[in-house]
Each structure stands twice: as C-alpha cells, then as structure tokens.
Design a protein around this ligand. Structure first.
Ligand code: AHG
Ligand code: MN
Ligand code: MN
Length: 339
C-alpha cells in the first residue's frame, strides 16, 4: 500500500539485462514515457491551459488538425531529439521523415508515432491516446529517409500505446508479451499494473463505425449482420457493441475483456487509400504487434497486417483486430467460395 511498485524504468533495465538490449533502446522508451507524461498532464488540464479546439491547419492527410495534434507532435519531437537514442522520427502530423538537427547525437532507432489518436474526442472530454512503433535504423545511415522506414510490421523492435482515460495507462511490447503500466501522478512514474496480458480467444463484443455500412464489402456486412442477429441468428449468442472513436481506447478494451475492432475496407477509398482509413505504419502495425503478443489476431481480411511491405509512410489499410477466434471467422468470410 505504501510501496512504489515496479517502475517502467526499472522494468526496462531488468529487460535490458535479461535480453541484452541496448541502452539506446531503454533510452527511447524513456523519452517516449516522458512525452506521454507531459501529454497526460495537458489532456487532464484541458481548457485550463487552452489546449482544446482546432489549430486551423491541415496535416498531410488533409485532416484539420486540433491544437493538441500539433502540440503533442512537438512534445514527441522535443522528447526524442535531444538524448541520442533515436535516429529519426516519423509522425501522422508530419509529411516527411523528421531528421534530427545536425548538432544532435544520433541513436539507433526509428520512432514512428500517432501523437494523439482519436483527437476528435479531445473537445468532448472523452479518451484519447498515443501510439508508437520502434524500428531499427539501417547500419551506418546518419540521416534516414522514408525508404529506411518502410519495413514490415514483423520487424518492429517494440510498440506501444498510452491511453489518456480516467487513468493514464501505457501498454508495451518488445516481443516478449504485453505489459501495462499506470501513471502514478504523485511520483510521476509509470508503475507496472498488469503483466503478460492475454486477450480471451472468444468474444461477444464488436466495435465498428456502423454509419459506414453501405460502403463495406460483403464479408464484413455478413459478419456484422450475424452479430446483430444475436441468439436468433447463426451465431446463436447475443453481441454487444462499443465505439469510442479512438483506436487506443478500443484496443485497450479488447486487451482488458476481449472483443473485435475493425475499420474495414471502405468502397469510397478503394483506389486512393487501399480501402483503408487507419494508417499502417503508426496505427495498424504497432497495434497488431501488441494484439498478436497478447494472443490475438490482426488482419486486413486478405493478409496478416504485420507482413505487409509498406510502400509509403502514410499509407492506409483496412484493419480487423482482436480476439483470435472472432478475427479468424471474419477472415474465413473473405476466402473465395466460403459460405
Ligand atoms: P486520429 O485521431 O489519429 O486521426 O485517429 C482517429 C481514428 C481512430 O483512432 C478511430 O478508430 C477512428 O479514426 C475514428 O473514426 P470515425 O471518425 O469514423 O469514428
Ligand atoms: Mn489515430
Ligand atoms: Mn492522430
């Protein structure tokens, strides 16, 4: 009751000893944790510190940026560019790769991030998050370019998210399971609160933006229709539905009580975005790594997300993630000649 618990730093140093990880890797995670603490502080203060509302600018995706999209991006840059742990950065909010200033020391890792996920939730005081993915920089490259970042999800060294909800929780994987840390605001540390998280294989809860139904492909229409039919339909059981409109919150719920989250193929963006809304490199891949490490499954319906060879930094793809048996069923509906 009066102890500190295991801090993220302590946990990382233990892992570093156990798996022979480099100090740079622990350093990158520490920099990310610092950024997330600052963001947690700002999100909790909201209007008191003037961070709500629109920035009246557009990002590379043509989306109007919230003030907090811009602020959180700057926080990540500041936290990661000064300590010689990162080699280069890429973000939802920056069109190009961000190379560190010439006078800064270089580390060995490429860090990709969605600094504020679910940013439309900011102004209505609902959960938002941060997503990050860590890749190795190619040897000897001082100023990495986009092509150095275009690695499939299976090569990720680590990935995680931070959920700014009633409490602030970071989930992290470095390929040895998923662990969660809750921010103790009194001592300013992330404390280990859930170890080796596992997603139940079966579920009765789905998350999808139903308003897009008419643009989905047949397999998803069929799957959702069968869920909604409940115990009177072919599934023979009732389903519940949730939609927070922040992927971090949906995935966190799934890591807590199971479920399936999908932003599926959408006919409107078949040609310009591969049918997807969510971004492969800093949304789908890191979340897929976490989901798979927790025993779940992450797919587009046609292929395993983490095996996709990226072709550009901001490319989008359809996403189906969560409880293994449920995602597997959806994937089976995508196979030709399956009834
Ligand atoms: P972001 O705020 O980083 O652009 O991401 C929002 C994403 C994702 O987190 C969420 O699942 C989805 O967009 C919400 O989409 P709708 O607006 O269709 O609900
Ligand atoms: Mn996002
Ligand atoms: Mn975002």
């Amino acid at each position: 009751m009066y102890g500190i618990g295991i801090t993220l730093t302590q946990f990382m140093l233990d892992e570093q000893r156990r798996y022979g990880a480099s100090g740079h890797f622990t350093g990158v995670l520490n920099d990310i944790a610092t950024a997330c603490k600052k963001i947690a502080s700002l999100t909790s203060k909201g209007a008191l510190v003037g961070v709500l509302g629109s920035a009246n600018t557009e990002n590379v995706q043509g989306e109007v940026q919230k003030k907090m999209d811009v602020i959180t991006n700057e926080i990540f840059i500041e936290a990661l560019q000064n300590n010689g742990n990162a080699a280069a950065l890429a973000s939802e909010e920056m069109e190009e790769v961000y190379n560190l200033p010439e006078n800064k020391p270089r580390g060995r890792y490429l860090v990709l991030f969605d600094p504020l996920d679910g940013s439309s939730n900011m102004d209505i005081n609902v959960s938002v998050g941060t997503i990050f993915s860590i890749l190795r920089a190619p040897n000897g490259v001082r100023n990495p370019t986009e092509k150095d970042f275009l690695q499939p999800g299976v090569t990720q060294v680590a990935a995680g998210y931070c959920l700014y909800g009633p409490s602030t929780i970071m989930a992290l994987t470095a390929g040895n399971g998923v662990n969660m840390f809750t921010l103790d605001r009194d001592c300013g540390e992330f404390i280990l609160t859930r170890e080796n998280v596992q997603i139940p294989a079966d579920t009765q809860e789905f998350a999808i933006n139903m308003s897009n139904e008419r643009y989905w492909e047949e397999p998803i229409k069929r799957y959702i229709k069968e869920c909604v039919a409940g115990k009177d339909g072919p599934r023979g059981k009732n389903f519940n539905m949730r939609w927070v409109a922040a992927m971090v919150a949906e995935i966190h719920r799934i890591l807590t009580r199971g479920g399936i989250f999908t932003y599926p193929f959408d006919e409107r963006v078949r040609h310009d975005s591969n049918g997807g809304k969510l971004r492969l490199m800093y949304e789908a891949n890191p979340m897929s790594f976490i989901i798979e490490q927790a025993g779940g499954m992450a797919h587009t319906g046609y292929e395993r997300i983490m095996e996709i060879q990226p072709t550009s930094l901001h490319q989008r793809i359809p996403v189906i993630q969560g409880s293994r048996n449920e995602v597997d069923l959806v994937v089976s509906y995508h196979r030709p000649n399956d009834d």
